[in-house]
Design a binder for this molecule. Sequence first.
Ligand code: DON
Length: 307
Amino acid sequence: MKHTASLDDVLAEVAVLVRPHFGKGRTASYIPQLAGVDPKKFGMAICTIKGEESVIGDADEPFSAQSITKLFSLGLALNAIGDEVWTRVGKEPSGTPFNYLSQLEQEEGIPRNPFINPGALAVTDILLDVVKSPDAFVRDFMGMLANAPLTIDEAVATSELETGHKNRAITNLMRGFGTITHPVDAVMEAYCRQCAVTITCRQLARAALPLAAKGFSPIVEETVFHERLNRRLNALLLTCGIYDSVGSFAYRVGLPAKSGVGGGIVAVVPGQATIAVWSPELDRFGTSVVGASALEHFSQLTNCSVL
Ligand code: DON
């Protein structure tokens, strides 16, 4: 990152630059509990690996992490069973929406990557071999990295369990192909509960810091991902983290990142920092409109694109 202004000043400038983008997207309506979140919220947090922290707006307000949790569940699965993960899930961008069904049937139940819903559901199935409660496992891992106890929003979890018919169909299809080995209900429950973890921008930027620091968490002073695994996680984020708009996101922002339909995005500046942003209005790919714009401006102002 190259910037003459302080990080606080850069964030203040970003907060002004994103203003015209409010009102362009819509909150996630397919999970009823998320539809009611105030669309005008905006928070952003940066943590550097040297321990600097800078925040603006609603950066200390908890939001639904949703698909951002998939990054941490994948890290846990790779730590637990290593490359065997890749016998059940691919590593290619899907070019399809995150909850697409028919590609999965054409490709014999092997999801293209671990971040689309089928891939994340397969990762949950893997974690069910390792622990009784993958949702608590992921919540506690994220909480440990953020140095803050995190909670699962029961209303959000129940809301998605009741309305997640497509995810249930995806899970059933993979159970039929053998990619999923546990009962569909158990996988769905763990997955929906995991997605319902709530977190703030500040906590998320802290939790993701190992990704910027070769797998070392400066917060807990522990290596949580081996260096090579850490590089690979960043590669997957860069190529698959933003689903079927990952190309235009790389074009605009140029950072490995993961989005969630709660409106959060976490981005990694390798060797330097993490950035978490939250604003609930989404584009048609499920990415925060204001969040993506904030990251684009931040990347331009600090010249921090990896590309
Ligand atoms: O499974 C779902 O559809 C949600 N629990 C998570 C999807 C999501 O966050 C997609 N990301 N932008």
